[in-house]
Design a protein around this ligand. Sequence first.
Ligand code: MG
Length: 445
Amino acid sequence: MSNHDRPATVFLEKEQGFILPTKEYSIPDIDISLQPIRSFKDLFRLKALTRKIRSPIVKNIFSARVINMRSIESLKNARRSLEDVYYRDYETNIIHIDDLHSINVDLSYEIRELKKDTYYLEHGEDYFIDYISKLYNKFDQHVMKGLGFLDNLHFNCFITDRDGTTNNYCGHYRSSIQPVYNAVFLSRFASLCTEHPIFITSAPLKNFGIIDVSVNPDNVFIYAGSKGREFLDLDLREHRSFIDPLKQERLEELTLRVSELEKKPELEKFFYVGSGLQLKFGQLTIARQDVTNSIPEEESVALLSNVTSIVHELDPDGTVFRILDTGKDIEIILTVDGENGTKDFDKGDGLKFIDSRVNLHLEKGPHLVCGDTESDIPMLEAVLEYTDDVYAIFVTRDVALAKKVASLCSNTLIVPSPDILLTILGIAALTTKRKKGSKAPGIFL
Ligand SMILES: [Mg+2]
């Protein structure tokens, strides 16, 4: 059999044939074979399968159902398949885009998070916390300080970013599936300690967006994508903010032009690394670098200048688009009307849009806002317009950013990693004093 005919990595899903109406709890019995991952398609397919396993596992945990050992075995096989490509060819770590092109990949996020998940499921939460505490300096001090900071409070809004804040950064957005332990800690806190838990991410909402990488149980979080321009409420209704049809037309033109860059052999890799190409509501994002800097700087700069010149061609007077270059991603955002002319749409605008559709009672604190970058600051500022009763936790090692957050919000806590934030929230939910009339302890959802 030639390379061309070789089937992609084989995954087998067995039918379990339930007769009880409990299908949504059933964890697919997927045998993930140990064949190596040869392409991004293989990688993303494998990671999508781990979501199909992880999601019902979380649902079972929240419904006080015990999960079977075979599902843990499936997650282990997924990890072994990734290790197979990652470690066997350690010096190259090559994944093929097609027969002619290949790039280096960093699968450490995928492998590490799968390892943590199986540890969590096999050993339980106490040993798990002990395990992750060894991965970080001063873990215990940070967690104890965080618990004191939250002070058994019950929050009205819990507004949080995802990537870099509650989720460790991953080299490829499509494979950044939320781990089981992450969903258990977050959903437990959201459902027991908050009234309105909301994710606001700059990634799209769907196709391929935050709802495709999350495994929290349904009806716990409001998911907002494209910085809040589109969101899914707790009744799973979708909301989209207004966009000027003329601007929308220009965005579609831009999408077409940027998509064509994939045909240039020297540029196609940008469609696979990091965020890849993301078509958002009112925004287009294309990666020019990933978290491990696997793209040579001059190639990354070449993409930036290609994209910038397309934008200038389509919008010579600069009224329709704003270009935001994060160094990793080039974000091209449609402008909105602000106080002093046009401005780019930020997460604060997104939060206000969500509030206009589902009343969040923003005037009623306390609120908790979590983020990890400059682009999360507008959601903190927006909340502070309504009340001073606001708490902020930022996940950062950037001293300037930490200072900026603290100068805006007197109740600020800085932590160095998403896992520490998750542990603080997960434990806070176990020790919180329950409000009268709130959900029964034990079974949450
Ligand atoms: Mg972030």
